[in-house]
Design a protein around this ligand. Structure first.
Ligand code: IPE
Ligand code: IPE
Ligand code: MG
Length: 241
């Protein structure tokens, strides 16, 4: 009995790239080595998305709460982010990849912001995969900022309270330009959202891998897409079969 996939390829995949530190510790290496190894998994995730026609890939790279890590680790992460952006710019152009961000990126160090601005600007015209880096991102902060923007419009008589709909809220989030994720991947076996896309993940399918992010490679990403394709999404309705 052949099983036709229930779903087309997901338009949008969101990933909580977790377990870099544990990967490093298991090898007796500093945490930074785990973050560095994670960059190769990003490359392979992008490859898988390009192959399967995924349109949006959101990567949780640094959370609002990650500012509470030791300064030395934060510096290492920011340095790696800069290296990543500098080394990827040409490749993204070749791959027709567009780069965007969500999160309070104004809080990032100036050198990071410069590299980000360059990469975003240079890839703005690309029409293939959109990679969305969640940087200094927290969903509660995002919803708070959106609420403030909506409140301001009401105060300025640009909006009536009765006119506020879910679409209004969505349009004021950092993700206003993107569809909701269809699939959420989290690595390292943790079963929590960690303040990631609380609003947007309302109807996403979850795929949890016990692998740490540096060990989560293209085949694993493709497996997640395959499993997603057989999930039955009901959106509150009665099952079709
Ligand atoms: C994910 O790996 C990367 C970031 C959060 C920046 P971790 O650094 O959280 O690794 P673990 O969870 O400590 O193993
Ligand atoms: C979530 O991972 C954030 C990123 C992957 C960037 P964390 O490692 O920070 O999450 P918790 O602390 O285990 O919930
Ligand atoms: Mg972690």
């Amino acid at each position: 009995m052949g099983h036709a996939p229930a779903n087309p390829a997901p338009r949008h995949v969101a990933v909580i790239m977790d377990g870099n530190g544990r990967w490093a510790r298991n090898r007796g290496l500093p945490r930074k080595a785990g973050h560095r190894a994670g960059a190769e998994s990003v490359r392979q995730a992008v490859e898988a998305c390009l192959e399967r026609g995924v349109e949006f890939l959101t990567l949780y790279a640094f959370s609002s709460e990650n500012w509470n890590r030791p300064p030395k680790e934060i510096d290492a992460l920011m340095g790696l982010l800069e290296d990543f952006l500098r080394s990827k710019r040409r490749e993204f152009k070749k791959q027709n990849v567009r780069l965007r961000t969500i999160g309070r990126t104004h809080l990032l160090p100036p050198s990071c912001r410069e590299e980000l601005a360059k990469a975003i600007q240079e890839t703005a015209q690309n029409t293939g995969l959109t990679i969305i880096l969640a940087l200094s991102y927290g969903s509660r902060e995002e919803i708070t900022d959106a609420t403030r923007r909506v409140a301001l419009k009401i105060k300025n008589n640009e909006l009536e309270p009765d006119a506020i709909s879910p679409e209004t809220i969505a349009a004021h989030l950092d993700t206003a330009d993107f569809p909701d994720p269809d699939l959420l991947i989290r690595t390292s076996g943790e079963l929590r959202l960690s303040n990631f896309l609380l609003w947007q993940l309302s109807y996403a399918e979850f795929f949890i891998s016990t692998r740490n992010w540096p060990d989560f490679r293209k085949a694993d990403f493709l497996e997640a897409l395959e499993i997603y394709s057989r999930r039955q999404r009901r959106f509150g309705r009665v099952s079709a079969s």
